[in-house]
Write a protein of this length. Structure first.
Lengths: 340, 301
């Protein structure tokens, strides 16, 4: 069972790799490649946030703090000129994990909206430090002077196509890792904590430790998103760690849906496309975006992907009911699959 | 960081008086907004993220009425009542549909409302900054106190905010209506079973909270430049105030709002860039050591 799932995931990963690599050759506009890099960077932020929100039920308002810490740590390390890109990336991810271990140890003790507020508080605290520590971070101007991209192992990221390929590979590796977390017994323990924390305690689960574990993992994944963005824009800006970035990530996962693994990515693409097209046709893009969000939330009352999955499931069930009750056994299987 | 400037200011009487009066009006505006936010959360259990947009709209309502009638009293009433109506409509048609849902749903609905409000204001009033100017009623010479000058309007703001706060406290703690509202916060089913229309009460409380935001906006209009984005920073600060003071506590909101006012007024001289850091740091400390806030009633754990 597990092996079969793993094989399917690997096949999906290679398929994605193929599609992402083929896309810029089919549609040769550089704008598409840039769009996709943005989607990958913000997609990692949204997907890692969904490990907290959708999987564990921890609504973090401050996830972008680790996105920013990824971008800044990586940028600062690269600007010293002493590290190669993979070493700096590894150091950044580990550094962010350490940072989130400290912040998370405090945050996971609080519940519900208080958890949201304290994550917001830490994020804004970090944002203030970025603004104030001008000698290290460049203050509100951001990390300027560009981030060097020295070649390593024959890979030269100053070439735009190579940079894109590199982002794709890193992105898919991270998505694969998150998929494994999503499917693992650890992931199911987190779902238990989300749905019935008391039962989890009775079963001997150390809730705080589990929450801290996923908090650190999600933060490390968010920092990879930050690294990709810093590599692409060749800089880091305080906005990466402002609360609006966290807000955007939340809207992405809410637009896409929280219960489907790929929901956040769908949301990321939707929001980016929406913003892109709305700003072409009207200057009142807040008005249109606001109305669209209202219609989705009040009309569907869930994310788009969640809604489609639910609708498909209901249709299937209705078909089965019509075709007789012989297969009543399999309808429970369908419900089981919804958890995936 | 410039602690020399701060110590020079603290040792001069006029600077202290000016900064204290600034601190007081920042604190009073925050108190009005945060007590509305806190009231709505305390009773309805939802966080009205659109509260900052209401404050902004209140300022614009007051501005529009003042342009038409050039009466500050009417402008003040226009801001308060106008936003009260907006608040009730928002509660009935939008917010009540997401009660009991995910907090994320509420957040998303409010975010959409903020976007719509901001754009509507830009469309109707124009994107440029607006100045209402000091109403003629208050065009009096400033009071002199210990070498510093205090505009009469500041005194008016402090007095009216404090009396509204006191009135609110009295209604909630001492009257029968207040008792019903407090009961509604604890056990809405029971209140409904006693034959009280809870939906109506929810709307009324939401409306009252919105009126407070409208009042804050109207009070702020003569002293601030009006822009569509002015609601955002006050929203974030009122979150800090409600968390530090304790959700649902009016006294707590007052104390925390004054605290933030003083940090902002004196921090602007000593450490302008790190004011936000100090505020959020304090919020984090309160959440770590007393998650229910300094004046919160029940523990959040």
């Amino acid at each position: 069972m597990m092996k079969q799932g793993l094989r399917r995931d690997v096949i999906v990963a290679f398929l994605m790799l193929g599609i992402f690599i083929a896309l810029p050759f089919v549609f040769t506009k550089p704008a598409l490649r840039d769009f996709l890099i943005y989607v990958m960077a913000y997609g990692l932020l949204a997907m890692s946030l969904n490990l907290l929100v959708g999987l564990t039920g921890l609504v973090s308002f401050g996830h972008a703090a680790f996105f920013a810490s990824g971008a800044y740590m990586f940028g600062i390390l690269m600007q010293t000129g002493k590290f190669s890109i993979p070493v700096a990336m590894l150091a950044t991810v580990l550094g962010t994990a350490l940072l989130s271990l400290i912040i998370g140890a405090i945050c996971v003790r609080l519940k519900e909206i208080y958890f949201s507020f304290i994550t917001l508080a830490f994020q804004m605290f970090l944002h203030s430090i970025i603004l104030t520590w001008v000698s290290l971070t460049g203050g509100d101007q951001g990390l300027r002077g560009g981030i060097p991209r020295p070649p390593f192992m024959g890979i030269d990221l100053s070439d735009n196509t190579t940079l894109y390929m590199f982002c794709v590979v890193v992105f898919i590796l991270c998505v694969g890792l998150m998929r494994q977390i999503w499917q693992s017994p650890f992931g199911y323990t987190l779902r238990l904590i989300r749905d019935n924390p008391n039962r989890a305690i009775f079963l001997g689960v150390n809730i705080a430790r589990m929450k801290l574990g996923i908090f650190v993992l999600a933060s490390a994944m968010a920092s990879v998103g930050g690294i990709l963005l810093a590599l692409f824009v060749s800089g880091a800006y305080p906005d990466f760690g402002f609360w609006t970035t966290s807000g955007e990530a939340i809207f992405m996962i809410m637009l896409g849906g929280t219960q489907l693994f790929f929901g956040p990515i769908i949301g990321t693409v939707l929001l980016r496309l929406l913003e892109h097209f709305v700003s072409i046709y009207t200057e009142h893009h807040g008005l249109v975006l606001g109305i669209v969000i209202l219609v989705i939330v009040l009309g569907l009352r869930q994310g788009v992907a969640d809604y489609v999955v639910e609708w498909l499931r209901r249709r299937k069930e209705m078909k089965m009911e019509r075709s007789g009750k012989i297969e009543s056994d399999s309808s429970s299987k369908v419900i089981e699959r919804k958890a995936v | 960081m410039n602690f020399e400037a701060l110590s020079t200011c603290v040792s001069s009487g006029s600077c202290v008086v000016t900064q204290i009066s600034t601190a007081l009006i920042i604190g009073m505006l925050l108190f009005m907004v945060a007590s509305g936010l806190s009231l709505i959360f305390g009773v309805l259990g939802v966080i009205n993220f659109a509260h900052g947009a209401f404050y902004m709209a209140g300022a614009y309502f007051a501005y529009a009425v003042y342009q038409l009638t050039s009466s500050f009293l009417l402008a003040f009433l226009g801001g308060a009542i106008g936003i009260g109506i907006v608040g009730v409509l928002f509660e009935r048609f939008i917010m009540s549909r997401v009660y009991g849902k995910d907090v994320l749903m509420q957040l998303l609905v409010c975010y959409a409302t903020i976007l719509i409000f901001d754009d509507l204001v830009k469309m109707i009033a124009g994107p440029e900054y607006k100045m209402m100017g000091m109403p003629e009623v208050f065009a009096l010479p400033p009071f002199e106190f210990a070498g510093g000058f205090i505009p009469p309007y500041y005194v008016f703001m402090v007095v009216i905010s404090l009396s509204i706060g006191a009135g609110l406290w009295f209604v909630i703690e001492k009257t029968r209506l207040g008792k019903i509202v407090r009961a509604l916060a604890v056990n809405p089913q029971m209140v409904g079973a006693l034959g009280i229309n809870t939906m109506l009460l929810y709307s009324a409380v939401f409306g009252l909270g919105s009126v407070l935001a409208g009042i804050a906006g109207a009070l702020a209009a003569p002293t601030r430049t009006l822009t569509a984005g002015m609601g955002l920073s006050i929203l974030i600060e009122s979150f800090i105030v409600t968390v530090i003071g304790g959700m649902g506590s009016i006294t707590g909101a007052l104390v925390a709002a004054l605290l933030i006012g003083f940090i902002r007024a004196f921090g602007a001289i000593g450490f302008p860039l790190f004011v936000d850091g100090i505020m959020f740091g304090m919020m984090a400390l309160v959440l770590i050591f007393k998650p229910s806030g300094l004046f919160g009633r029940e523990p959040a754990k």
